[in-house]
Every structure is written in structure tokens, then in C-alpha cells.
Design a protein around this ligand. Structure first.
Ligand SMILES: NC(=O)c1ccc[n+]([C@@H]2O[C@H](COP(=O)([O-])OP(=O)(O)OC[C@H]3O[C@@H](n4cnc5c(N)ncnc54)[C@H](O)[C@@H]3O)[C@@H](O)[C@H]2O)c1
Ligand SMILES: [Zn+2]
Ligand SMILES: [Zn+2]
Length: 346
């Protein structure tokens, strides 16, 4: 089969590799029908995620068809159409029992395209397949469901739920990439007073409006702190969500918050970022970080099929899998190309 193979920072290649095989009785081999690229894949290619070794097949999002299952798989059969989630779950460890699948101690968590070969391939081995896939509901397209593999649960769980967004809040979202836009879509479900999207790209800010931001700030031209202060009687945002993953945006997200406010960091950071405790110790703030658990996937699936979340809006570009390298290029140059999510199909 062919797959996107990581060859160290800055290098990847769509090339011929051996087909995956079942190595554990809980595995399934899934034929990848639709797959996408994540901002985290770009972090990996920058060298920000050293756990990813050379030779690894990238990718942690897919919709596909079950080809083969191990003897221990109980709920899936060949031919089933499934969402392959970015998070795998053993289902039995302490954290899985609490629904904290991202922290799985039994060999799950974020493994696909990280510690084991991933989904940017014609076939993928999915461990703990019963717990790590979701049967597709009728009435929704593969592409919409693909948005549930990572970005929608990430924005919702690590941003909106961790940040404790409540009705009437002013929510600042720093970074309007697919993950920030997912946080905006999720925050909107809670009737906030304002959602303020902050990004350097006007194209992304225009997208943020479509997803429900009512105030947009291009922080290359305008000071977001001034805007937030104006909206909040100089207090600051109730919740700020960091969805970029660089020190400057983390520090900005902290600065935007009111006393007793909540900062939810989603970004994957490759460098040390400073928490200015000399300013913040007295302000009763709460800071959360997190890897997505994907425990909200079934609920978000229902919100898509009921039309309350429009997942189609994320998809800006379509490619054949053979054009994977071009799809990476278009996604990486999102500022010029307007890409949100690029979808590749076989
Ligand atoms: N915690 C998790 O479980 C999890 C899961 C998935 C993704 N992530 C991370 O979430 C982050 C966002 O992912 P994405 O796919 O949306 O990424 P992306 O790269 O597509 O989007 C990032 C956005 O930030 C904007 N930006 C960059 N620098 C900025 C600055 N100084 N000020 C304001 N905006 C700035 C960019 O213009 C872009 O629109 C990444 O760090 C990704 O690795 C985390
Ligand atoms: Zn991802
Ligand atoms: Zn587990």
C-alpha cells in the first residue's frame, strides 16, 4: 500500500510500504476511504513532537471500512463503516474507566500517527478497535464524520468544556484554525454573550464569523486586549481558549482573562511558554491543558446529524490520495490558500 511516511523534521513522502497486519486480538485493519491532515501533523513536521520517529506513517483522523478484525473484536465486522478516532482506548485502565481515554495507560491514547503507524495510508491497523472506532450513523457524509476524528472533540472538550463556558460569557478564542473554529462552534451551543476570534489571517477570521464569532480581531493590526476590555467593562474575558500552540499566543490568552477567569490551552507547544505568575498569582485564574479524550464524540455526532453543528463548513479542499504531497502543501500555506480542512479520498 502507499502511505505518508515521516523522514525527520521537514521531510515526508507518499510512498510504497508494507500493508498493516493484525498484531493483537483487539486490532482491526481499516481500509481508509477518507482522511485529512491536522495542525499537529505540521507540528510533527517542524520537529515539535520528538516522540514521532523517522519511518512513522503520519495521520490520526480517518473514515473507512473494516477489512479484517482480530479474534477479540466484539462489535465490528468486515464491511462496517467507521470513524477512526485520533484517540485509541484500551477501555479497562484507570483513566479509560473515567472516560479519560487520552491518558490511557493500557497502550491507547494518542498513538495513531504518533507512536504507531497512522491513517494517512491506504490501510491502517487500529488497536482496541471496539473502543477506538465509531460506527457511522445514517444521514451524514463521510466528510462530515471525519471532522469528529479530532478537531470537533478537541475544540469542544479541551476548549469549551475545560474552559467551563457558560451562558452570558465573553469567550476569546486565540487562533481560528480548524481547532479554534471547532471551539467557536462548541462555545456557541452555550449562548455566550460574545465570541471574540483572534488570528493573524483575515481569511481565518472570515471563517470564524461563519462558525459563530461575532467579534473578530486581526492581532497583526489591532490590540485584542483593548477590544476585550471594551466589551467587558475593562474586566477581561470570562474564558480564553488558546488554539495555536506558540508562546506568544499562550501569553496573550492569559493576558485576556478577567480575575477569576479560565484559560483553556489547546495548542500543542514545542517550546517553553511563560506563565507570568508575578502578574497572575493574585487574580484567581484557572488554567487547564489537555489532550483530547474524544469522550464527547457520540454527543457531537448527534449534534451534526441534527444540524446543530455544521461540520461541512470545515472542508475547503478535496484531493485524491495520490495528491497527498500537494494537499500538505495547500494545508501548510493556509494563509494563502484559505484551507481549513483538506479531505483526501481514495
Ligand atoms: N490538545 C489537543 O488534544 C490537540 C488536538 C488537536 C490539535 N491540537 C493543536 O491545536 C492547535 C491548533 O490546531 P489547528 O489545526 O487549528 O492549527 P492551524 O495551524 O491550522 O491554526 C492555527 C491558527 O493560529 C493562527 N496564528 C498563528 N500565530 C498566531 C498569533 N501569533 N496570533 C494569533 N493567531 C495566530 C494561524 O493564522 C492559524 O489560523 C495546534 O497547536 C494543534 O497542534 C491540540
Ligand atoms: Zn490532530
Ligand atoms: Zn486505557
Amino acid at each position: 500500500m502507499r502511505a505518508i511516511v515521516y523522514h525527520g523534521p521537514g521531510h515526508k513522502e507518499w510512498k510504497e510500504v508494507p500493508d498493516p497486519e493484525i498484531t493483537d486480538e483487539g486490532d482491526a485493519i481499516v481500509r481508509v476511504d477518507t482522511v485529512t491532515i491536522c495542525g499537529t501533523d505540521l507540528h510533527i513536521l517542524k520537529g515539535d513532537v520528538p516522540a514521532v520517529h523517522e519511518g512513522r506513517i503520519l495521520g490520526h483522523e480517518a473514515v473507512g471500512t473494516v477489512e479484517e478484525v482480530g479474534d477479540g473484536v466484539q462489535t465490528l465486522a468486515p464491511g462496517d463503516r467507521v470513524l477512526v478516532s485520533c484517540i485509541s482506548a484500551c477501555g479497562t485502565c484507570r483513566f479509560c474507566r473515567e472516560g479519560r481515554y487520552g491518558q490511557c495507560l493500557g497502550g491507547g491514547g494518542w498513538t495513531l500517527g504518533h507512536k504507531i503507524d497512522g491513517t494517512q495510508a491506504e490501510y491502517v491497523r487500529v488497536p482496541f478497535a471496539d473502543m477506538s472506532t465509531y460506527q457511522l450513523p445514517s444521514g451524514a457524509s463521510d466528510e462530515e464524520m471525519l471532522m469528529l476524528a479530532d478537531i470537533l472533540p478537541t475544540g469542544y472538550e479541551v476548549g469549551v468544556l475545560a474552559g467551563g463556558v457558560r451562558p452570558g460569557d465573553v469567550v476569546a478564542v486565540v487562533g481560528a484554525g480548524p481547532v479554534g473554529l471547532s471551539a467557536i462552534a462548541g462555545a456557541q451551543l452555550y449562548s455566550p454573550r460574545h465570541i471574540v476570534a483572534i488570528d493573524l489571517s483575515d481569511a481565518r477570521l472570515e471563517a470564524a464569523k461563519q462558525f459563530g464569532a461575532d467579534v473578530i480581531v486581526n492581532n497583526s493590526r489591532e490590540d485584542p486586549l483593548g477590544v476585550i476590555r471594551e466589551l467587558t467593562g475593562r474586566l477581561g474575558a470570562d474564558v480564553s481558549i488558546e488554539a495555536v500552540g506558540v508562546p506568544a499566543t499562550f501569553e496573550l490568552a492569559v493576558k485576556l482573562i478577567r480575575p477569576c477567569g479560565r484559560i483553556a490551552n489547546i495548542g500543542v507547544h514545542g517550546q517553553a511558554a511563560t506563565l507570568h505568575l508575578e502578574d497572575q498569582w493574585i487574580r484567581d485564574i484557572t488554567l487547564t491543558t489537555g489532550l483530547v479524550d474524544t469522550s464527547s464524540t457520540p454527543a457531537l455526532m448527534r449534534l451534526i446529524t441534527s444540524g446543530q453543528i455544521n461540520a461541512k463548513r470545515f472542508i475547503t479542499h478535496h484531493f485524491d490520495m495520490d495528491d497527498f504531497e500537494e494537499a500538505y502543501d495547500v494545508f501548510a500555506r493556509a494563509g494563502d490558500t484559505g484551507a481549513l480542512k483538506v479531505v483526501l479520498s481514495r
